[in-house]
Design a binder for this molecule. Structure first.
Ligand SMILES: [Zn+2]
Length: 227
């Protein structure tokens, strides 16, 4: 699916961008932490309740169904800014001071640009979630023993993609008026991985400032509603 872009995008582009098109992390104020933007959410739905395992539903089924849904939504969210994510603008998959490398099937470290990294992630996750031996959909077929560790790996990679959108393409998301979707998706995803301890907190610490604002405001809102 290709989403139509409006022509006004270039107006939002900051002249700070270096001639080679590379924006450094230091140049970017964390725009995504501005209250004006963190307030934007397409829904105030109770995400905490939404991620809780419903009684009568098998844990693995729940993890499989949610992981597949998050994969589709994060893939779609990335596709909205993918034309701005090129080998030139994003030469490495770097978030904050952390650089991510892809590891091939033999465990060999591969240096790649951000769009290549995202492509590796999406291709590999797509392969897993459609593999009947890993994400079984047929009645009577069991989940493999490695299922949980695979889900953890997938969530870690999806987290990297989300952080890249915030770190390098938040302005474009705002220009496209899609930051409300991004914030809602991020909040839902973070509460999900937190609920089932799917990603090591050491991995997510680089986004803790945003996570606290988005997830805590959700919890606070729900608290008010409950009263
Ligand atoms: Zn990028």
């Amino acid at each position: 699916m290709r989403l139509k872009r409006n022509g006004s995008y270039t107006l939002h582009r900051k002249s700070k961008t270096k001639p080679n098109g590379k924006k450094t992390a230091a140049e970017e104020k964390k725009l995504y932490l501005e209250p004006e933007y963190t307030k934007a959410r397409i829904t105030d739905f109770n995400f905490k309740e939404l991620v809780t395992l419903p009684r009568e539903i098998d844990l693995n089924e729940w993890l499989a169904s949610n992981t597949t849904t998050f994969f589709n939504h994060i893939n779609l969210q990335y596709s909205t800014i993918s034309e701005f994510c090129t080998g030139e603008t994003c030469q490495t998959m770097t978030v904050c001071n952390t650089q991510y490398y892809w590891y091939d099937e033999r465990g060999k470290k591969i240096k790649c640009t951000a769009p290549q990294y995202v492509d590796f992630v999406m291709t590999s996750v797509q392969k897993s979630v459609t593999d009947e031996d890993i994400f079984p959909t047929k009645y009577g077929k069991d989940f493999p023993n490695s299922f949980e560790s695979l889900v953890k790996k997938i969530c870690k990679y999806l987290f990297h993609v989300l952080t890249h959108i915030y770190w390098s393409h938040f302005k474009e998301s705002v220009a496209l008026d899609l930051h409300g979707h991004l914030n809602a998706l991020y909040t839902h995803f973070m509460l999900f991985i937190r609920e089932f301890n799917l990603v090591d907190p050491k991995e997510t610490v680089i986004m803790d400032d945003l996570t606290e604002i988005l997830c805590n405001s959700t919890e606070a809102q729900n608290h008010i509603k409950e009263r």
